[in-house]
Write a protein that binds this ligand. Structure first.
Ligand SMILES: [Cu+2]
Length: 341
């Protein structure tokens, strides 16, 4: 029997007549977490269109060693000390390590991680500080850390420049100034690049403006996905790795309080990704480099590497959805709720 893949279905082989039925019938049954589910079990449809995994099963966050709910509000400020010049030196240690994680109930993925989590730690600092990141490669494969932002060429974390790619058991130090203020990211830059990113080697990198930002309830969302059958297409999508995590357990926020989302798209294999908010509009600050928003909207589209800051205040209590506005991604996991009280 010919093997059916999601990408194969989407690539244009779907006939005009019956196409919707074919997608409806075939795609849900190709979900990796359906492996043990009854082929005639359409409970997910009845429950409202794949807002959850079948049978209400969830990923074991404790076994993974990280939880998307903690990651959402976990900012790693590293350690600091004053240099003789009076300037702040901020330091982190990041290590790459191969680690199997559960990306959907019963679906284990041989990931490559920074500090045993995906996304890696959200590194946060202030504009103008001196930053020093010690990188130790505990993986079986060569890796680097390539930071977005402004820095010398030899600190760029690409093969053939500076220390280049760091071999297993190798170590290097990336050191540069925190510039410019904004929302950036970091990721491995070893070839094949798509594989090194898709395996999980990425994270958010926030440089606060020297004069700070208004107090807010701050949340990080790194939009990603996983290719669990190695066909260079994703089977599951999420913000902060675990599909439907914020459907199972909504992100709690307060009515009237400023909410600030640091939104980063690292999704590999798909050309674009997006974020859509229900029942509200947000101010959007592309790359977070200006304090003047580019627009007031409820949907933004990002290609890989694009990121931006979203700000708004909920005017009404209750549950408000957020999700990719590619319905395909939404149904394959990239959706969640804010619980406003
Ligand atoms: Cu790598």
């Amino acid at each position: 029997m010919a093997r059916l893949t999601r990408r194969g279905l989407l690539a244009g082989s779907v006939p005009a007549i019956g196409g919707a039925a074919l997608l409806h019938g075939a795609v849900p049954h190709s979900h990796p977490w359906d492996a043990q589910a009854s082929q005639s079990d359409h409970a997910g449809h009845a429950a409202g269109g794949h807002a959850d995994f079948r049978d209400g099963r969830t990923v074991d966050h404790a076994a993974n060693g990280f939880d998307p709910h903690a990651i959402a509000r976990d900012f790693d400020w590293g350690t600091t000390r004053r240099l003789a010049s009076g300037r702040v030196l901020r330091e982190w240690e990041l290590y790459a390590v191969d680690k199997e994680i559960e990306v959907a109930p019963g679906v284990r993925f041989a990931a490559w991680t920074y500090n045993q989590r995906i996304p890696g730690p959200t590194l946060r600092c202030r504009e103008g500080e001196r930053l020093r990141i010690t990188f130790v490669n505990g993986s079986q494969h060569p890796h680097t850390i390539h930071f977005h932002g402004i820095h010398p060429a030899e600190m760029d974390g690409v093969p053939g420049v500076g220390d280049g790619q760091i071999e297993p058991r190798g170590k290097t130090v990336y050191e540069f100034d925190a510039l410019p203020a904004g929302l950036h990211l970091y990721h491995c830059h070893v070839r094949p690049l798509a594989e090194h990113i898709a395996k999980g080697l990425y994270g958010a990198f926030i440089v606060d403006p020297a004069d700070g930002r208004e107090d807010a309830d701050e949340i990080v969302m790194v939009m990603n996905g996983f290719d669990t059958n190695f066909d260079r297409a994703n089977e599951v999508y999420a913000a902060n790795t675990v599909p439907f995590a914020y459907m199972h357990e909504p992100l709690a926020v307060r009515r009237g309080e400023l909410v600030r989302i640091y939104l980063v798209n690292v999704l590999e294999y798909d050309l674009i990704n997006s974020f859509h908010l229900h029942g509200n509009l947000f101010e959007y600050f592309p790359t977070g480099t200006s304090k003047t928003p580019s627009e007031l909207t409820d949907t933004v589209m990002l290609c890989q590497g694009q990121r931006g800051i979203l700000e708004w205040r909920f005017q009404h209590p209750g549950r408000f959805m957020f999700h990719a506005h590619q319905s395909e991604f939404t149904e394959l996991g990239w959706q969640g709720f804010f619980e406003v009280s």
